[in-house]
Design a protein around this ligand. Sequence first.
Ligand code: NAP
Ligand code: MG
Length: 487
Amino acid sequence: MAKIGIPVGAHLIGGEWISTGDKTTTSINPARPGEPVGDHPVGDASTASDAVSAAVDAQRGWRDVGYKRRAEILETAAALFDERADELAIIATLEEGKMLAETRGEALLSAETCRYQAAIIKMPTEAVYPSAKPGETIRTLRAPLGVVGVVTPWNFPILIPVWKLAPALAAGNSVVWKTASNTPLVSVAIAKVFHDAGVPPGVLNLILGPGSMGGAMIEDARVDGVTFTGSVPVGFGIRDAVTARNGRVQLELGGHNPALVFDDADLDLAVPLIIGGAMGSTGQKCTATRRVIAVGSIYDELVERMASSVTDLKIGDGLDPNVSIGPIVAPRARAEVAEGLAKAISQGAEVVATADVPETSECFFAPTLLAGTTELDIWSEEVFGPISTVVHVENEDEAFALANDTDFGLSASVFTTDMWKVDRAINTLEAGIIKVNAPTTGTELHVPFGGEKSSSGHAPREQGDTAHDFFTRTRSVYINPGTPNPY
Ligand code: NAP
Ligand code: MG
């Protein structure tokens, strides 16, 4: 790690890097398990409590620094994300496994996110109301939420943290960030960007450790709100704990995203987008295309073309520019995906196509296209890997009903050249993100992001100009002159 200028794994608490502790562990490269990425300390409930104390102490000072200085610091952070994009990408690829081009993209989008959030806090967000009393001004005031807990997954190890941290910091909050155990060292490198950009001690605290340490942090009554991205069971547990003490909570959870392909679709366009959406990032995206619904006569040709596209995928080390799909993040995650596939096959799914995988790491997994029915568990449960299942339906009504027949509602795609079907899709599909002739994956960071049903909570959307809403409180203020009217 030292070679690329990043400190060894360490918590960041109250502006101090803390690399020692009772327990340490090693971050592993899923593509080359014999080559550890680096060591780091493992925190516990007392680490979480120390970080919350530091955040409490720092919050008012950060609020009072004012929006202009906070924006300047975020702009400096943006410049550092650009400057360090290669270093950040290498660490993220070593830890998580995804393609270097993808992790580099995350670093550059992090720069853009910081720039965008720095600009957003200069926009008008307050309102002035008429008053019944002469001389009185009634206005709203946006106050920071206070101390914010940020809990992030490993699958977008750079961008997801930054799309939470940037608006939280911009709005004047202090933060305790509990990052994913699979990607600790890139998290340290991200915290270092903000630290080097001038975020004062205690305003951003990073703690490394297991879910139970995150549990202790979110249960701390001094934490005013928690923003979480991850799985449904963990997210719902966090929601229950935080709302029980009337804290604010934002959830981005799983997905089970459909692509509907109508018989008027352009398959030259659709097939690469569907396979990219299903298998890209080794299928480890909340927005991945898990279900393909082929409508009418297009089924046979669609399946044949998707199969050949899957067979062509090249699996290997994310550092290799000739590879298109990396490993699954860790052996345990890989075992869960393999179990999901075995169950689908035992329930009657037909394996239509797979790709070859190298044997150099147990984390490699063959992207798999299944043909099946809606009876399969994999048709309704999120299996977080490169598996997609195609089913055939007769008509449009069936297609839309099936697309919505899920507990999730994150993203959905429709492939058609008929504008009436497009109109029906955007008014019918129960998903927070609807794509037309585009993959279920991939969004722009200045646009609100989130899902419906079990894919999200009910807080304001992340990203875009709505990101600010979660991290601020609106107060209504009545200001009177304080002396009798002299006129
Ligand atoms: P996860 O197991 O829910 O973990 C997410 C984070 O929560 C990690 O930092 C984890 O720490 C932490 N955590 C675990 N138990 C906790 C507890 N009791 N209290 C507080 N924090 C706790 O999810 P994952 O496996 O990392 O990520 C995959 C899931 O995320 C998938 O379901 C995917 O769909 C979803 N996801 C959703 C979105 C979206 O925007 N909707 C985006 C990306 C991913 P450890 O790492 O130490 O366990
Ligand atoms: Mg997990």
